[in-house]
Design a protein around this ligand. Structure first.
Ligand SMILES: [Mn+2]
Length: 327
């Protein structure tokens, strides 16, 4: 199905249905939240019944978009709903409760920019891995209709989509940026997106406890394989010491980037005894492949997974896989 065929089908489904549920992946980021909120405002304007479902509440940094309190964390029945999965295409990345929604719904529609996995079994999907973000794709789907919206609603949608754009491109610096991305950014600014407001909330809003936690985390920094790999860990003990939560580490990947000197950055987060969430960032090596080996996913240069394993064993296993990937 081409992108234009999808657009027609998408519009038809929206006009013919009344009930919608919008879901995103676990540990939602700026792109997922931006896309979810933008689609909510869009469908709300069309007088649809919409539920925005997030098992965990969006992080406070997205409060400025004004919809965080609209998200629900339980859904009784989805049998009469069209369900959207945004910014992910693998059902496994959704918690059990969301997988149940998928199983029982009327129709499942996926809009995403991650590489397609064979495990996707949605009814209808638009997966464009050349797009910078889910928000970039969603803008293409909504743009003609938004033009007819009142300016205050245009502005709200534009801020949500712009948030996704800057988040997933790291302020237009990642490899996923194309002229199309800048074109979308320009059009969103024309619709009223506030660049400074979005940038401040996404990139310059770190709390003091987050700086303290980053400090402790970076003290564990270790250089492996002749400095090619750099890794560090945030432990439960550090969280206690800073009176912080693991969600206070979400911005760390913006602070510590891979570079010519350190090609790969690994951040371990200790979730419990011998249980870790691992983020992999790279400038060259395909870390998605490695994350997939542990049941995770992501993009070629930014991926992650969760695993139960002893720390040293996990670290050694990862280094071994990364070295293999290099060859
Ligand atoms: Mn994304």
């Amino acid at each position: 199905m081409t992108i234009n065929e999808f657009k027609l089908e998408f519009k038809k489904i929206i006009s013919q249905n009344q009930n919608f549920i919008i879901t995103i992946h676990e540990n939602p980021d700026g792109d997922a939240i931006g896309a979810q909120f933008a689609l909510f405002i869009f469908l709300n304007h069309l007088n649809k019944n919409i539920r925005i479902f997030n098992p965990t509440a969006p992080y406070p940094e997205y409060d400025f978009l004004g919809l965080s309190d609209k998200t629900e964390n339980s859904i009784s029945d989805s049998s009469d709903d069209i369900v959207f999965m945004l910014d992910f295409n693998e059902k496994k990345r959704a918690p059990k409760i969301v997988q149940n929604i998928f199983k029982n719904c009327k129709k499942l529609i996926c809009i995403d920019h991650h590489r397609k996995t064979k495990k996707t079994r949605e009814t209808l999907s638009l997966i464009d891995s050349s797009a910078s973000s889910a928000c970039e794709i969603l803008y293409f789907l909504l743009k003609n209709d938004i033009e007819k919206f009142p300016t205050n609603e245009q502005k709200k949608i534009a801020n949500c989509l712009y948030t996704g754009l800057i988040y997933d491109t790291n302020n237009f610096s990642n490899k996923n940026v194309s002229t199309k991305t800048f074109q979308v950014a320009k059009e969103l600014l024309n619709l009223g997106a506030d660049n400074n407001l979005c940038s401040r909330n996404i990139f310059q809003n770190q709390k003091n406890i987050e700086l303290k936690l980053l400090g402790l985390t970076l003290k564990t920094l270790e250089e492996i394989d002749d400095k090619r790999i750099v890794c560090f860990v945030t432990t439960q003990k550090m969280l206690k010491a800073c009176n912080a939560k693991m969600e206070n580490t979400t911005n760390f990947s913006k602070n510590v980037k891979p570079s010519d000197e350190r090609e790969i950055v690994i951040h371990f987060r200790e979730l419990g005894e011998n249980k870790f969430r691992v983020s992999l960032r790279s400038i060259n090596t395909d870390v998605q492949k490695i994350a997939e080996k542990f049941g995770g996913g992501g993009h070629k240069l930014a991926a992650g997974f969760e695993v139960e394993m002893k720390f040293e064993k996990l670290k050694n296993k990862l280094v071994e896989l990364l070295n293999y990937e290099k060859k």
